[in-house]
Write a protein that binds this ligand. Structure first.
Ligand code: MSP
Length: 513
């Protein structure tokens, strides 16, 4: 079985500082990367910045510095954010790097050599903010200006000489591919909009611009700049050394397991990208998953709307793991999700402090007093113990399948239920009343420790730092975390000393409580 896994985030425009939407895409990708690693996969996890195009050129002009210096600065803030978010990315690509430029120009020559590119003239609407061309029927009017109906961004009319990609030629092949690979566009709810767009008729795509200079030059015609989306999408293979298809990275990790993206850039990933790849005779990624938006109020969170919850401020105030947990759990994956500080605080108090933190504290405190700070040895499980312990082995394959379907909601609900079951079990079993039956007392403590261990293994992809801190109770570290060992219930070593840990999550005093 193929035990390699390649996951990518979109590469972010360094036109402004990173915000919660970017943090969201990255945290989710990190969750999958970490899960797959503990499930025995060799994982390649790519993120980076998308640095060319008119949008960046204009942003640099506004800041009165040259575009590369501008990108150096803001790309660094994205790199810093990756660290702050504790991303386990294997690579960080910038489209201004030489390795990337070479690949893009090579891909262009392949497409040209295969007769998929021709020179003509473009006249039509262009949105610099989206870096996208729009058809007449996708344009509306707002306060006297023309906007793209879909994104609401301003469009401008352009007329210039341009190279075109023969997108129309790939229409039927794309439809055929979607049909034969029903999971290629996920979630299902987004598939139909792509299919109907393709069915409505694909026009050839303008893939070069002449009106500005900030980008990768067309080979043999340097007055043209390669369209920023053709440039950007190629990052997924330039980071794997393409065109060197013999490189270890390319052999192991292409085609990608999943390109994780926001729903607003589905068209580029589910139509243009596979068409470019087909035309270049490169295998297609296995899946493109379009997640929903993080909303603030009812609107997409974005700089131009001024409704940003800054991830760095939130991390400074509450810590990283609470933010990761909150975004992964509370935003129903695939849909849009409304976030607020108030709900974040509720989530920290109820799930992290009351359920997880409290379970760890009370069981270890009880073991310190009653089991000489050791993992008990004299164990005899009864049915009640086995019922909660066995839920993990019973659900092991199901959990894997759901993760491969990007069903994060299932995974998290399973953890929340296990936390609830464990706290209830400890209350109902009343080990403090079993001092005259040491074997029973020991078994309850052992069972509870096993539940904490299993839950912490599962929480590792969600809140890596906190899960590792809890696992240090048992002297376990990253190398010990194997997903399939959640199925065992005799994992912890009998008689081993346990370590004390400090409080995991501080409860937040809420003024409106
Ligand atoms: N540079 C392109 C992607 C090229 S990928 C080959 C781009 N960059 S972006 O910085 O504008 O957006 C990057 C990602 O962040 C997109 O997937 C977008 O959907 C996501 N988000 C931006 N704002 C968002 C929210 N408010 N909520 C969730 N994700 C959103 O597009």
């Amino acid at each position: 079985m193929d035990k390699n896994y390649y996951i990518t985030t979109p590469i972010y425009y360094p036109s402004a500082r990173p915000h919660m939407g970017h943090a969201y895409s990255s945290i989710i990708a990190d969750f999958f990367a970490r899960f797959k690693r503990i499930d025995g996969y060799d994982v390649h996890f790519l993120t980076g910045t998308d640095e060319h195009g008119l949008k960046i050129q204009r942003a640099a002009e506004k800041n009165k510095i040259n575009p590369l210096q501008f990108c150096d600065q803001i790309s660094q803030t994205f790199r810093d954010l990756s660290k702050k978010l504790n991303l386990s990315n294997s690579d960080f690509i910038r489209t201004t790097e030489e390795r990337h430029k070479k690949t893009v120009q090579y891909l262009w020559s392949v497409l040209e050599g295969n007769n998929d590119i021709y020179l003509s003239k473009y006249s039509g609407w262009y949105s610099v903010s989206d870096e996208a061309f729009y058809n007449e029927d996708e344009i509306s009017e707002k306060e006297g200006s023309k906007i793209a109906t879909l994104s609401g961004s301003l469009v401008e009319w352009i007329e210039e000489e341009s190279y075109f990609f023969r997108l129309s030629k790939w229409q039927d092949k794309l439809l055929d591919y979607y049909e034969k690979n029903p999971d290629f566009i996920s979630p299902k709810s987004r598939k139909n909009e792509v299919i109907s767009f393709v069915k409505s008729g694909l026009k050839d795509l303008s893939i070069s611009r002449k009106a500005f200079s900030w980008g990768i030059k067309v080979p043999n015609n340097p007055s043209h700049i390669i369209y920023v989306w053709l440039d950007a999408l190629t990052n997924y293979i330039s980071a794997l050394d393409y065109p060197n298809t013999k490189s270890d990275l390319f052999k192991k990790f292409w085609p990608a397991s999943v390109h994780l993206i926001g729903k607003d850039i589905l068209r580029f990933h589910a139509i243009y990208w596979p068409a470019f790849l087909m035309a270049a005779k490169i295998p297609l990624p296995k899946k493109v998953y379009g997640h929903g938006w993080i909303l603030s109020g009812e609107e997409k969170m974005s700089k131009s709307k001024g409704n940003i919850l800054d991830p760095l401020d939130i991390i400074d105030e509450y810590g990283l793991d609470p933010l990761r947990y909150y975004l992964i759990k509370e935003v129903s994956f695939g849909n849009d999700g409304n976030i607020s500080q108030d709900k974040l605080e509720d989530c920290i108090n109820s799930d992290l402090a009351n359920n997880y933190g409290n379970l760890c504290q009370r069981v270890t405190a009880f073991a310190e007093k009653n089991c000489e700070s050791k993992i008990p040895s004299n164990i005899k499980f009864n049915d009640e113990d086995l019922i909660i312990l066995n839920k993990f082995s019973e659900n092991l394959s199901k959990l894997r399948v759901e993760i491969d379907n990007q069903n994060i909601n299932y995974y998290i609900s399973f953890i929340v239920q296990a936390l609830f079951d464990s706290n209830k079990y400890f209350n109902d079993q009343e080990p403090w009343k079993k001092k005259d039956n040491k074997q029973r007392l020991d078994t309850i403590v052992y069972t509870s420790f096993e539940m904490i261990r299993k839950i912490s293994f599962m929480l590792y992809p969600v809140i890596p730092n906190s899960a590792l801190k809890v696992l240090s109770i048992f002297d376990l570290n990253f190398d010990d975390i194997k997903f399939d060992s959640i199925a065992k219930h005799d994992y912890l070593l009998n008689g081993k000393k346990i370590n004390k840990i400090n409080i995991l999550f501080k409860k937040i005093e809420k003024t409106n409580d």
